[in-house]
Design a protein around this ligand. Structure first.
Ligand code: 5RP
Length: 228
């Protein structure tokens, strides 16, 4: 089965967890998009959906889902979202799609969070995927130097690199920048998360710890459910 098929079956399985009348957080990325499509296909009455990015909002709107904001609905029943890595205890790296700030806000507003992924995303140690760190644009090089100091304190010698695309610096939906930290292996995710949050100029990082209640992983043999 291709990785995309694994993402699809994970998204479809997660859509079955949604009930009529729920307030649902919609993640961002190719796996979350499969969930959004499967959810729309169920045509459940009275759903209200809070998207975690403009891209997801566009897709959900196109498919006829009713959109809401965290201002309208500060508490959500369920959020379903993808991840870049799923580690032990369902510790995650997210933010490959540059939506980590809105994603974390929506996850933290949810009673239950389900992460969906293809099998290749499951790892024994977080850190092979570069850790995204969202920073404000003002003074970002200074912030980048302070991130490098924190990483060095965690024995990570590669400085984080500001994310670029063909048209220059990548901007998040909130207008911020992303630094990607090539950690290799993150031996103490919780301490790294705390240390990054203390840097002025860092808005959020892509370590999602103690947030996922369940993982639905698409594998060649069907979906596998993991709990923390
Ligand atoms: C976006 C994310 C995505 O969920 C993550 O990058 C996984 O993406 P995909 O499902 O396309 O592999 O965190 O910020």
């Amino acid at each position: 089965m291709s990785a995309d098929d694994q993402k699809r079956i994970a998204g479809e399985a997660a859509a079955l967890r949604v009930e009529a009348g729920m307030k649902v957080g919609l993640g961002t990325g190719s796996t979350a998009a499969w969930f959004v499509r499967a959810l729309a296909a169920r045509n459940l009455p009275d759903l209200r959906c809070v998207p975690t990015s403009e891209a997801t909002a566009d897709l959900a709107r196109e498919l006829g889902l009713t959109l809401a904001t965290l201002e309208d609905t500060p508490r959500l029943d369920l959020t379903v979202d993808g991840a870049d890595e799923v580690g032990p205890g369902l510790a995650l790296i997210k933010g490959g799609g540059a939506a980590l700030l809105r994603e974390k806000l929506v996850w933290e507003a949810s009673d239950r969070c389900i992460v969906i992924a293809d099998a290749a995303k499951v790892v024994k140690t977080l850190g092979a995927f570069p850790l995204p760190i969202e920073v404000v644009a003002f003074g970002h090089k200074t912030t980048g130097n302070r991130i490098a100091d924190v990483l060095a304190d965690h024995d990570i010698t590669m400085p984080a690199r500001v994310r670029t695309a063909e048209r220059g610096l990548v901007r998040t939906d909130g207008g911020n920048l992303i630094y990607d930290a090539r950690c290799g292996a993150i031996t103490d995710p919780s301490r790294l998360a705390d240390d990054l949050k203390l840097i002025t100029g860092v808005v959020e990082h892509g370590l999602f710890l103690d947030l996922a209640d369940e993982a639905i992983i698409g594998t060649d043999d069907g979906v596998e459910v993991l709990v923390p």
